[in-house]
Design a protein around this ligand. Structure first.
Ligand code: ZN
Ligand code: ZN
Length: 139
């Protein structure tokens, strides 16, 4: 669970109706929405919400470290509320479904020192690509 709303309440985040809707849209498991998808879902719940508010709120949640930006596919940046548990992504190349996954080996420590070229490596992103069960069945 991401428990995004609980975390934001816990840190005293200013919760207006519009900001709450953005957080609600992002709350849950395996959520990886583009900014436009967040806007569409937020508008469905609160028609008067403005695009600027949605985008500003997304930027603020990222700055707070409560939402992370992921770029698993080339289409658009996605917003992921699973910000506190390191994870990688499983991506369906056909329909774009994304799942949070937890490899048995840490991809960061899997890179040997002689392959780091003196870099201080801070993070690693791994995307496993393939077909989800539905797409595999339909192919
Ligand atoms: Zn699929
Ligand atoms: Zn994720």
């Amino acid at each position: 669970m991401s428990d995004l709303l609980d975390r934001l309440r816990g840190r005293g985040w200013r919760m207006t109706a519009q900001r709450r809707v953005v957080a609600e849209v992002l709350d849950g498991e395996h959520i990886h929405l583009t900014a436009d998808e967040v806007l569409a879902r937020a508008t469905a719940r609160l028609p008067e919400i403005s695009r600027a508010t949605v985008y500003n709120t997304l930027g603020e949640l990222v700055s707070l470290g409560e939402v992370v930006e992921v770029a698993t596919d080339a289409r658009a940046k996605r917003y992921d509320p699973n910000a506190h548990r390191p994870h990688q992504h499983l991506l369906c190349s056909t329909c774009g479904t994304i799942r949070d996954v937890h490899p048995t080996d840490d991809p960061l420590s899997a890179l040997p020192t002689h392959e780091r070229f003196g870099f201080t490596v801070l993070a690693a992103e791994v995307t496993y690509r393939g077909l989800c069960p539905e797409c595999a069945a339909g192919a």
